[in-house]
Structure formats: C-alpha cells, structure tokens
Design a protein around this ligand. Sequence first.
Ligand SMILES: [Zn+2]
Length: 156
Amino acid sequence: MTFPELQQALDGLRGLSFPPQSLQTHWLGLQDVDLAALRRAVQHAAKTCARFPAPAELRALIEAQPRDLPEVPVLTTPLETPRVVGTLPTGRPIVQTAEYDAWCPECDDSGWAPAELGGAPAVRRCRCWSDNPLLLRARDVQARLAAQRTAGVKAP
Ligand SMILES: [Zn+2]
C-alpha cells in the first residue's frame, strides 16, 4: 500500500468526529496491512464509529475480518446402530450416532501431544499445530473475538 492509497482509503472517515490533521500516524501504523482489508475495515468503521478510529482500532477491525481458511473435513462416520453411552440426570439416554475420527490421531485435535520431560509425563505442541484445519479455525475464532474486545465493536 502507498501513502496516497491509505489517504484515499481513509478519506471516507473524514466526516467522523476528530479527524486527524495528518495521516502520518495512520501511515506508520497501517502501511503493512492489506489495502483491501483496510477498505473493508473502513466501511465497517463508517457504520459503527462515532470518532475517527486510531490505527490500532482499524487493525483490530482488520483482525476481526473472516479469513480464508482450509475446509474442515468431515470427521464423523455415522454408526449403523446407534448406541447408548450414558444417561442424563433427567433420565434421558445419551445416544451416540456417529464415530469421530480425529484429523490428527497423535493429539486428537487438541494441538498438544503426549511427551516426556525428565522422565515425567508432559505435553508438547503437536506437529499438526500449524496445519490442522480444526486448530486453525479455533485460533481464528479466538483471534477474532479478541479483536472485537480490543476494538470495542462487533466484528463484521
Ligand atoms: Zn496433532
């Protein structure tokens, strides 16, 4: 992104309260972000902000945008015969209708694999940490919720 592109992208927010006289701080704080993502954040800010957002607030809105993530595979196999695996306190039976197959059998999709530390049982970050689609989605949801809290606005 260039400075003129940043200026143009933020121009739509000039009608909000307290627009900055210079966009130098916004340039310093936002020059590494994707222009299309910034434009989406600006559109969202125009609808939800009363005053001109700071670079950190725009970054939080960008963080809150949904990302392209790998498809989560179907990991359940329906059981031919459902089986009762327990009973709820209400007396209603808990019926299992499908078998779950973890994407990563090493950590059962928790992201933490068994390990040993000084002879004692421990856990280590699983080798699937960076490419397990279930973990990527879970971390994306957590990041977006954190960004919403930072921005103090509802994510798009
Ligand atoms: Zn794993």
